[in-house]
Design a protein around this ligand. Structure first.
Ligand code: LMR
Length: 320
């Protein structure tokens, strides 16, 4: 059987981490693309030399030529610029939209059958624009956000309840901005609802609210600490789990920015929802019952995504 091909667009910190993870897991051969000359080639050479030490067998190449991503099975897009302290993800709209145009065309011309995972911010708008520019089917283009946001939520809950993260199941709906909706009512610790666990452990509602708030602002917290860049280990790990779900036809239910056609009352937008990922890409969306308060919060988040899309259309007439 032919080895799979994983194309990584953007060879920055997330791109390099993705390449390392993909190679280490022997998911296939890795092509690291960037427009910066020498950078993807240098990173690919460095990472290749980890193979003999770590014992992985993957061909890792660096390139500045989109032709080299031809036939890729999975494309993970991190190209564009990250925010700096004091900026919101939305401040990156203009600059990263132009990048998505070039990337979308590169994908369209070279690997139109790929499963494409977008990480570039502002995520919900960039994944939508990337889909438009590439022309790929909606089920083959998805945004990485929910896995990351849910992992943050789970981490903070595990710390609070002094329990293993392996036992925490938590998830986040909505856009990948500060309006995202961490859903406590569906979060459990080994099947025990968080609200019940909070009573057992004496954790107050206001403390849970603080955890929800920290989750919402989780990306910004790391941007503030790093000073010059944004998170990369957890974003890369999140995207790799989505790629594995696709390549292995795992039918995993993962929270991710999926294209909605009526689900959650949303039509034609990419918004974070629990979605089934298998060999056909996004194979379905799971609609959960929400309380009135959760519905209202989700609507605020959806409205924020809509506003961003309008701004995108205003910036590039081909999207209108
Ligand atoms: C994240 O959530 O870590 C990313 O979206 C990067 C950012 O700017 O917050």
């Amino acid at each position: 059987m032919a080895r799979k091909k994983i194309a990584l667009i953007g060879a920055g910190m997330i791109g390099g981490t993705l390449a390392h993870l993909a190679a280490k897991k022997e998911m296939g051969d890795v092509v690291l693309f960037d427009i910066a000359e020498g950078m993807p080639q240098g990173k690919a050479l460095d990472l290749s030399q980890c193979g003999p030490i770590e014992g992985f067998d993957a061909k890792i190449t660096g390139t500045n030529d989109y032709a080299d991503i031809a036939g890729a099975d999975v494309v993970i897009v991190t190209a564009g610029v990250p925010r700096k302290p004091g900026m919101s993800r939305d401040d990156l709209l203009g600059i990263n939209l132009k990048v998505m145009k070039a990337v979308g065309e590169g994908i369209k011309n070279n690997c139109p059958d790929a499963f494409v995972i977008c990480i570039t911010n502002p995520l919900d708008a960039m994944v939508w624009a990337l889909r438009e520019f590439s022309g790929l089917p909606h089920n083959k283009v998805v945004g990485m956000a929910g896995v990351l946001d849910s992992a943050r939520f789970a981490t903070f809950l595990a710390w609070e309840f002094d329990t293993s993260v392996k036992d925490v199941n938590a998830f986040v709906l909505g856009g990948h901005g500060d309006t995202m909706v961490p859903v406590l009512s569906y979060s459990t610790i080994n099947g025990i609802p968080v609200a019940d666990m909070a009573k057992i452990k004496g954790v107050s509602e206001s403390r849970l609210d603080e955890i929800v708030d920290r989750t919402r602002k989780g990306g910004g917290e790391i941007v503030g600490l790093l000073g010059n860049g944004s998170a990369y280990y957890a974003p890369a790990t999140s995207a790799i789990s989505m790629a594995e779900a696709y390549l292995g036809d795992q039918k995993r239910i993962l929270p991710c920015a999926a294209h909605l056609t009526g689900e959650y009352g949303v039509d034609g937008l990419y918004v974070g929802v629990p979605a089934v990922i298998g060999a056909d890409g996004i194979e379905g969306v799971v609609e959960i019952e929400l309380s009135d308060e959760e519905k209202n919060n989700l609507q605020v988040s959806i409205d924020a995504v809509k506003e961003l899309l309008e701004a995108c259309k205003g910036l590039d007439s081909s999207l209108a």
